[in-house]
Design a protein around this ligand. Structure first.
Ligand code: 5GP
Ligand code: MG
Length: 182
């Protein structure tokens, strides 16, 4: 179980690194003079966050959350289960929520709503992948690495049942893998 289970590589490690460097440059411009705190959503965003933060040429604080959303798009922050909350004081800070992939938009929508309770100066969102077709609400991220097709992706933090996160590229998981684990 590993590389062989990926039927197509969408983005190589080189492409990912290059795109993250561009995003870092943009964020360096946009957050100059601000108090940037990245709030990274574990586990999937850990790999992206580590690389992105090193491409931002500014002081950056980093905090982590573990959340899980349930319900549908018409439900709001009440449907967000928090397993690990932020520990930094976010009052007056410029919060950038970082996630691996934006899909239905339910998770990030709820996290943004919840973040406002910390009275930050600003809240924006940044995702490595955006599956636009799957959106159930109006949510749009402020920074997007790649727009991706409606396929199940693994690698670079993205998992299937906890596996494949350490693949250095992003690829489409072979559907035979689902069949095998049933
Ligand atoms: P949503 O936007 O639907 O609330 O949730 C986004 C979350 O769903 C992501 O953080 C990720 O955990 C999961 N997800 C959505 N699409 C994919 C995918 O193609 N591959 C993987 N591994 N996770 C996905
Ligand atoms: Mg996730």
């Amino acid at each position: 179980m590993h590389k062989e289970d990926v039927k197509q590589i969408l983005f190589t490690n080189e492409q990912i690194k290059a795109r993250i460097a561009e995003m870092g440059k943009q964020l360096t411009k946009d957050y100059l003079g601000k108090k940037l705190v990245i709030v990274s959503l574990l586990k999937g965003a850990a790999w992206f966050t580590a690389d992105l933060s090193r491409e931002i040429d500014l002081p950056v604080r980093t905090d982590f959350m573990v959340v899980s959303s349930y319900g549908n798009a018409t439900m709001t922050s009440g449907m967000l289960k928090i397993y690990l909350d932020v520990r930094d004081d976010l009052r007056g800070k410029d919060v950038l929520i970082v996630d691996d992939i934006l899909d239905t938009g339910v998770t990030l929508g709820a996290v943004v709503d919840m973040m406002k309770e910390h009275s930050p100066a600003s809240v924006k969102t940044c995702v490595l992948c955006d599956k636009k077709e799957r959106r159930l609400n109006e949510f749009e991220a402020d920074y997007v690495g790649f727009t991706v097709p409606d396929e199940f992706l693994v690698g670079y933090g993205l998992d299937y049942a906890g596996d494949y996160r350490n693949l250095p590229f992003i690829g489409v998981l072979n559907s035979s893998v689902y069949a095998r684990t049933k």
